[in-house]
Design a protein around this ligand. Structure first.
Ligand code: 2NL
Length: 340
């Protein structure tokens, strides 16, 4: 009893002093493991006399139970302490604001396009679309562009191989073919805008081979140049948010309008800037679209979206529009917002 009593208090003390689960497990293996002190003592019991065996066996069993209980208790204590430490160190502050996530920007051209569509939309125009790859007829012939016109030259236009026996294909050089298609398909009254990509074989500081236009077309029985002027004035007042903007309609020439005019804007109290062209739709164009010019007439206009964008936002270099440079986009681009 006395020797085992010492062993018991020694192991109990070790258990209570253990500061980690691994340390505690070492102590358990040393006492109750396969080669532990207590296990070895229990193996010795077999060699004792029957009386001794009985007393010692009972005593060792109690000792084993006592120690096992102490181990389990200390184990639970240490596990509990470890859990509390983890909970203390891993707390989440749910009141912290979320890290800002990177957001893309709206390209200035897209932003201007949205605004233009919105403004013309309020004036009753709907958006019409067509293919970038056009047939010669829609891009040139129907628009009264004569065969010798420079726009038809190889050095101005991107031609594509014709499909089988069909007519030559071109990358549209303006968005006018969209309006031709609309007139051929539908019936007046017509009030559309045609925004989109256009292509010309040129590449210098002020021209890129791909650029954007927005054109407008109104056809009705008594549409006249007064409507045209009022429409464009209204647009520029709203677009530049300045109703003191003055426009000047200078005589011009386009094969598809007659009369035709260049549109200038009086810019920052300093100079006239050319911002587009317009005119009354040529009777030949109406005829090419099966619209009777004795009954119907209308106006059309066109302008470059890049030019509008550069003027409104003070962007100097056209070529950076299509470089996809994130630094440029971050600087000139717009925060995405709910569209109206
Ligand atoms: C400009 C000038 C213009 C048109 C485009 C047009 C379209 C049809 C019939 C008649 Cl289907 N005209 N479009 C008319 C005059 C000028 O654009 O400077 N654009 C950037």
């Amino acid at each position: 009893m006395s020797t085992h009593g010492q062993l018991k208090s020694h192991v109990l003390e070790e258990i209570s002093k253990a500061t980690s689960l691994t340390e505690l497990e070492d102590i358990r293996i040393n006492s109750l493991g396969k080669k532990g002190h207590i296990t070895l003592l229990m193996k010795e019991v077999g060699q004792k006399s029957p009386e001794e065996r009985k007393a010692m066996g009972a005593e060792l069993n109690i000792l084993k139970d006592t120690l096992t209980e102490a181990f389990d208790y200390r184990k639970a204590q240490l596990e509990n302490a470890a859990l509390n430490a983890r909970l203390a160190s891993e707390t989440l502050d749910v009141s912290l604001p979320p890290r800002p996530s990177p957001r893309g920007r709206i390209h200035p051209l897209s932003h201007v396009l949205d605004q233009a569509i919105h403004i013309f939309g309020q004036m009753g125009f709907i958006v019409a679309e067509g293919p970038d790859i056009e047939e010669d007829f829609y891009n040139f012939t129907a628009l009264n562009i004569p065969p010798e016109h420079p726009a038809r030259q190889e050095q101005d236009t991107f031609y594509l191989p014709a499909l089988e026996d069909n007519q030559p294909l071109v990358l549209r050089t303006h968005t006018s073919p969209v309006q031709i298609r609309t007139m051929i398909k539908g019936k007046p009254p017509i009030r559309i805008i045609a925004p989109g990509r256009t292509y010309r074989s040129e590449n210098d500081a002020t021209h890129t081979p791909m650029f954007h236009q927005i054109e407008g077309l109104v056809i009705d029985t008594s549409t006249h140049m007064g409507h045209l002027k009022g429409c464009l004035e209204e647009f520029f007042h709203l677009f530049f948010e300045d109703s003191s903007i003055k426009l000047r309609f200078r005589p011009g020439y386009f094969p598809f309008t007659e009369p035709s005019a260049e549109v200038d804007m009086w810019w920052k109290e300093s100079k006239w800037l050319e911002i587009g062209g317009c005119g009354m739709v040529h009777p030949n164009v109406l005829r090419n679209c099966n619209i009777n010019p004795e009954i119907y007439q209308g106006f059309a206009f066109g302008m470059g979206l890049e030019r509008l964008t550069m003027l409104k936002y003070g962007i100097e270099d056209l070529r950076l529009f299509f470089e996809s440079d994130l630094r440029w986009l971050t600087y000139y681009g717009f925060e995405p917002e709910a569209r109206e």
